[in-house]
Design a protein around this ligand. Structure first.
Ligand code: SF4
Length: 444
């Protein structure tokens, strides 16, 4: 280790999706390999990196004010934070623009430039890097691997299997920030999962903007699942996110046949109106989406669904919105992430008039959330007395003696009693549900 790195500790704040959580672990791994330490809090860190999200303008505003906050803490001597860096989608999108004026971060590294971070930090610590370095631009030659030891839990791990996206949903900034779809090689994915299992991991969540579009040579996503199922010691495979167009009958039947792939599908509908779906360029109709849901229900026992909905997309009428509510009532998602449309500069949708008034977006969002809450209350109440097999994740913070656990179909469970270890599979009886978490007791 060179002198400038000795004792330097890095804290990373992660914003946005689980792909960023994975990248954060990968960055920690890259920095640890160069001798950089890790700080759990920004107040004790010499370097604070913000791993950012650009999907909504609110997310970006939050990052900009966080940079200001960190700079102010540094000025007032309340935090070391000698170096403040921005990584991720916002770094990729804004690049030089982030450091213009000298009031921004001290370095910028886009989504395909994390392997440059140790060099960039070394250079800054040697005093060789002014103005702030900016590394952005898409590259095909890098796929990051989060070493299992860099990830906070030892049972369930994230594994990114590809980056970028070849769809062109008109509202979405991701094809610009993350670039075109590029696959991690199957051998690399397998090696990563073998490493996870060797360190005690039993469950992986395969990640990508559209994991279901994975294709490496002749190997499609169903084929990849079949290969990963053969890994000894691996007990559960989840994946996130699936595009409805890729959820073919063949893939649904494969999931149904495989023993380790979990019966939980995150399949964003975004809208229940064909007119809106067309303007979003989602490439499916409401009918096709619902047929996919019906096929999954028919073939995959105990399947549950989660999804995303955008309200107030340009041109969304009240009738369009009613179609969305009807779709949500029909699917009965376990979990729904719903958002007000926010225009992203440079996307095709930004050329459409953002014509749904803010107060109407707000009302629609509130109505959608109320409908979803009622669906969940109903679904949850019907589970009392059910017997499930859950995988223990960790000891719960409270109450003492309880455990966080999860069902194969992704329901969170607070398990009361028993002596368990992360990864244990336990039969439980459901006793109730509080918010989104079921309460359960172990049974013999
Ligand atoms: S599928 Fe659409 S919403 Fe999802 S990342 Fe690709 S462009 Fe964005």
């Amino acid at each position: 280790m060179t002198d400038e790195r000795a004792g330097v500790r890095v804290h990373i704040e992660t914003y946005g999706c689980q792909m960023n959580a994975y990248d954060t672990s990968a960055i920690h791994g890259l920095l640890a390999a160069r001798g950089y330490g890790r700080a759990e809090s920004p107040l004790e860190a010499d370097v604070v990196l913000l791993n950012t999200c650009s999907v909504r303008d609110l997310a970006e505003h939050k990052i900009l004010s966080r940079i200001g906050e960190l700079r102010s803490l540094r000025r007032r001597g309340l935090a070391a934070a000698d170096i403040i860096g921005v990584c991720g989608c916002m770094a990729e999108r804004l690049g030089d623009g982030l450091v213009a004026g000298g009031r921004g971060p001290d370095l910028v590294a886009g989504v395909d430039q994390y392997d440059q971070l140790p060099d960039l930090l070394d250079a800054i610590l040697r005093g060789e890097s002014a103005p702030a370095p900016v590394a952005v631009g898409h590259r095909d030659d890098v796929h990051y691997v989060a070493p299992p030891e860099a990830y906070p839990t030892n049972n369930s791990h994230l594994v990114t299997i590809h980056k970028g996206c070849d769809y062109r949903c008109t509202y979405c900034i991701v094809p610009e920030t993350r670039g075109p779809q590029r696959e991690k090689a199957p051998l690399l994915i397998e090696a990563e999962i073998h490493g996870i299992v060797a360190r005690g991991g039993r469950e992986v969540t395969l990640l990508g903007q559209n994991v279901t579009a994975y294709r490496s040579g002749d190997l499609d996503f169903a084929g990849l699942l079949r290969r990963l199922e053969t890994i000894d010691g691996l007990e559960r495979i989840r994946f996130l996110t699936g595009h409805p167009c890729d959820m073919t009958d063949d893939l649904i039947r494969t999931i149904a046949e495989l023993g380790k792939t979990c019966p939980w599908l995150h399949v964003p509908a975004q809208s229940g109106s064909d007119a809106v779906l067309r303007r979003m360029k989602r490439l499916y109709t409401r009918e096709r989406y619902l047929a996919m849901i019906a096929a999954a229900r028919r073939w995959i026992p105990d399947v549950t669904f989660s999804g995303d909905i955008i309200v107030g997309f340009p041109g969304e009428t009240d009738a369009d919105f009613r179609r969305t509510l009807e779709l949500v009532e029909e699917v009965r998602y376990d979990l729904l992430f719903s958002f007000k449309y926010s225009e992203r500069p440079g996307t095709p949708a930004a050329k459409l008039p953002d014509d749904v008034p803010p107060e109407v977006k707000k009302e629609r969002l509130a109505e959608l959330m109320a409908v979803q809450d009622a669906i969940w209350d109903d679904l949850a109440a019907a589970q009392t007395g059910a017997v499930w097999e859950v995988a223990v994740e960790a000891a719960a913070r409270r109450p003492a003696g309880s455990w966080r656990a999860r069902t194969p179909n992704n329901r969170k469970v607070l398990l009361h009693g028993g002596d368990h270890r992360p990864g244990d599979l336990v039969r439980v009886r459901v006793t109730g549900c509080e918010a989104s978490t079921f309460e359960a007791e172990p049974i013999n």
